[in-house]
Design a binder for this molecule. Structure first.
Ligand code: SF4
Ligand code: SF4
Length: 412
């Protein structure tokens, strides 16, 4: 019980993850001009990969109109106003100007698999055909010394310009001997330090690379840690989840192509456009939570009626991620949509702290002073100061708070 409270304190007393969705005309106008000049400069650079995006997209039966619809949705996902849609479309076509080096360390390759889905590929999936992946541990054809040569060539040619994507945790125990790469027996840590030195930015993909993930679960025999525990002095973007959603990977690259910068991040270095809200804030079962209607046992009437999964251990109220909005597999579905609670896979220590099938001990999820759109700090404070108020009481408080929020928005 104490352990879970300490974890809650650790996670929810960070700075707010909430994104400011309206930064004002002056901000967006200035960003628009900056993006226009950036794209114009990029267009003058040679394509690193001779693949035309529209040809790839059309070969999969997606026409220009569908593509623009995707660009419009992606613009919204990046929390940019609609005026950016043509620029996002243009940036997408210029993604082959930005070199990416992708390394895989201590993990299950789930994030690489996530970008390889091909049954009904989405535009997000197709973009990985266009992206200039100069090196990818798992997907490339080269092996041995040939692969080593390819990697050296990429980091030398694109010194200071490449994005280094890292999948997997880094084992530190036994001087890193749990994971080595290449004929020279370089440890994962040495490899990461060397390759990140000349990267423009490092993107940690998936929960193993961001927070250590499952390799770091107790008792963590390999001493696994995430990228931000190793790499210093570089912009780092964390895209946690198990696996990370390809749409969020594309979003980070697009933002970089568009602006030359990494997106706005929260205190855990996650892009706010993707991790600015809790699962719970946009969950399709939220009305049942507010009404006090919960699944009590697998297969009961509540389960058949798609009621809230909180009592079955759903950690949506504590988890920041946009899967309740963008879902998976072209928006087809997501865990809660198929009747399984969120296990908080995009939060630190999720395997030890969240992934069990009952609600957090003492975590009486309440919005203490109004509204469901609490910041992380406010929400954490509420969680820590919650006494013995039960879920039923919360449902009433939340419904009242929700009305209060609507009321105050109306007043504005
Ligand atoms: S507790 Fe889980 S299932 Fe229930 S509304 Fe929140 S996120 Fe959805
Ligand atoms: S619903 Fe929760 S556990 Fe599932 S992918 Fe999203 S954050 Fe991870």
């Amino acid at each position: 019980m104490i352990d879970s409270q300490e974890m809650v304190k650790k996670v929810f007393t960070q700075n707010s993850a909430r994104i400011d969705t309206n930064k004002g005309d002056a901000y967006y106008n200035s960003l628009f001009e900056k993006a226009k000049s950036r794209l114009s400069a990029l267009r003058k650079q040679p394509a690193l990969k001779d693949i035309d995006l529209m040809e790839v997209v059309e070969s999969e039966g997606v026409n220009r109109r569908d593509f623009m619809k995707w660009a419009s949705a992606t613009t919204a996902t990046l929390m940019l106003p609609p005026m950016f849609t043509p620029l996002v479309a243009e940036a997408t076509e210029l993604m082959n100007r930005v070199p990416v080096v992708w390394i895989e360390l201590q993990d299950c390759a789930g994030n690489s698999e996530a970008i390889l889905r091909s049954a009904t590929p989405t535009v997000d999936d197709l973009l990985f055909d266009v992206l200039s992946l100069e090196y990818h541990h798992t997907l490339q054809a080269a092996s041995g010394h040939q692969a080593e040569h390819q990697l050296e060539d990429a980091i030398h040619t694109f010194k200071g310009k490449y994005l280094l994507f890292v999948e997997g945790a880094i084992p530190k125990a036994m001087n890193g001997q749990y994971g080595t790469i290449g004929p020279g027996g370089e440890t994962f840590e040495e490899n990461l330090n060397r390759l990140s030195k000349d990267a423009a930015a490092v993107v940690a993909v998936g929960t193993c690379a961001t927070f250590g993930g499952i390799p770091a679960a107790a008792p963590n025999p390999t001493g696994a840690v995430g990228v931000m525990d190793i790499v210093k002095g570089k912009p780092i973007v964390n895209i946690p989840a198990c696996p990370a959603n390809p749409a969020n990977m594309v979003g980070v690259v697009l933002h970089y192509v568009l602006t030359g910068q990494v997106p706005e991040l929260d205190s855990l270095l996650r892009p706010k456009f993707a991790f600015g809200y809790r699962i719970h804030d946009n969950c399709e079962r939220r009305a049942h939570f507010d009404a006090g209607e919960y699944v009590e046992e697998w297969g009961d009437e509540g389960a058949k009626n798609n009621w809230c999964l909180y009592k079955m251990g759903c950690k949506g109220p504590m988890t920041f991620n946009n899967c309740s909005i963008i879902r998976y597999n072209e928006g087809a579905n997501w865990p809660i949509g198929v009747g399984r609670g969120c296990i908080g896979c995009s939060e630190p220590d999720f395997w030890d702290k969240y992934a069990y099938e009952r609600p957090m001990a003492d975590a009486n999820i309440k919005a203490p002073t109004g509204g469901v759109e609490k910041t992380v700090d406010e929400f954490g404070l509420g969680l820590l100061t919650a006494t013995s108020i039960g879920i039923g009481v919360h449902a009433v408080a939340s419904a009242v708070a929700g009305k209060r929020t609507v009321h105050s928005e109306d007043e504005e």
